[in-house]
Design a protein around this ligand. Structure first.
Ligand SMILES: Cc1ncc(COP(=O)(O)O)c(C=O)c1O
Length: 363
């Protein structure tokens, strides 16, 4: 008999979210970003579900692309960090890969590769418009175009990445977009700027290709509400494996960090930091049991968490607790633990089985 701890992944919600964002840019093509095992949701089932709706997929590095090909995914795959070595380019044709080239070394490798290959249009050139993480310096763009004419031909896509598209104040983002467009839009290049936040909130960021990640998985990138409804995709749930009454004054868990101020009913739930639930979650972090909010008490341990369930009636061993998902937005838990939905999702560990369902099925 299985432990009963699951991440349930709603594939209908996933497709719904992707289409919501896609429909905002009817003239753009879309890249579904499925790196890091589709942000923890499972790259292969996610890729299969999105194949009819996306133009291509994006992963971070070659091995993630190979795993998709081995699973029979056939759409083009964009490799966001580009080749780490020249030899990786030899997979371009056989695996139908598109590469983000963000250093001059990568431009030189690709130029060399093109000199003995018949492929066309498999290169995206990344320009640093202000994020200062990856990308060629904007002021070297014209010079690089002259020096790498076969790479930076009208067959390539020129891209940049926005540093703060999810912020309410878009001053900096507008500066980034305007400086990028003023540099590249006079040429004949296809362009790509938008991530989820850009595609949702910034019409000027919607160019030939949008690269959509987090919104597909149902987590808004914004701190405040926007005119888009996303449905939760991942619901993390685990069963109660013990229930006990403790008197006023007793403590719960390692380090005795929580003390009962009144007689309290404590439920122990079969999930912990080894499953990806953050250990630093504090007393008071919510979960849901029988449609009611309950509060975490005591430290999260490796395989278990304890909750005060005094406000819930008729609780039995085996009843399921929702850690986040359908009834509790992942971003709410993220704000309790000082992180973002991206990190919570991607950290759900391998020992938590993913159950794939469609919307009408019960989670
Ligand atoms: C270069 C690039 N484009 C697009 C995305 C997708 O961003 P988001 O998940 O915010 O939609 C990412 C994600 O980190 C990225 O690194």
């Amino acid at each position: 008999m299985a432990r009963g701890t699951y991440a349930t992944i709603n594939l209908d919600a996933l497709v719904y979210n992707f289409l919501q964002v896609k429909h905002l840019s009817p003239r753009s093509k879309h890249v579904a970003v499925i790196k890091a095992d589709a942000y923890g949701n499972g790259a292969i089932p996610v890729a299969k579900a999105l194949t009819p709706y996306t133009n291509m997929f994006a992963v971070a590095f070659l091995e993630e692309a190979i795993a998709l090909r081995e699973a029979g995914i056939t759409l083009p795959i964009l490799v966001l960090q580009g080749p780490y070595a020249y030899q990786e380019l030899e997979n371009t044709k056989t695996l139908n890969l598109h590469w983000v080239l963000h250093t001059e070394t990568q431009l030189a490798w690709f130029s060399e590769y093109l000199s003995h290959s018949d492929i066309q249009g498999h290169q995206w050139v990344k320009v640093d418009s202000g994020m200062h993480r990856l990308g060629l310096p904007m002021n070297e763009f014209d010079d690089l175009m002259r020096r790498y004419p076969t790479v930076m031909s009208n067959k390539c896509v020129i891209m940049t990445h926005l540093a703060a598209a999810d912020e309410d104040d878009q001053t900096q983002t507008n500066i980034q977009i305007n400086s990028f467009l003023s540099k590249v839009s006079a040429s004949d290049f296809a362009l790509s700027i938008a991530n989820s936040a850009g595609a949702i909130a910034l019409p000027k960021a919607r160019q030939n290709f949008n690269r959509i990640g987090i919104s597909t998985y149902g987590s808004t990138p914004f701190c405040s509400d926007r005119q888009i409804t996303l449905r939760p995709v991942m619901t993390l749930s685990a069963p109660i494996i013990a229930v006990r009454e403790i008197p006023k004054g007793d403590t719960v868990g390692y380090g005795m960090t929580w003390q009962a101020t009144k007689p309290t009913t404590i439920a122990t739930v079969a999930i912990g930091y080894a499953d990806g639930y953050p250990r630093h979650a504090q007393n008071g972090t919510p979960a849901v049991l029988h449609n009611r909010r309950i509060s975490l008490v005591g430290r999260v341990s490796m395989d278990m968490i304890t909750y005060d369930i005094s406000n819930v009636e008729n609780v039995k061993i085996g009843d399921m607790v929702e850690l986040w998902g359908n009834q509790l937005p992942i971003n709410e838990i993220a704000s309790y633990v000082g992180t973002i939905g991206y990190e919570l999702m991607t950290r759900v560990s391998k020992r938590v089985p993913r159950k794939y369902i469609h919307a009408k099925e019960k989670t």
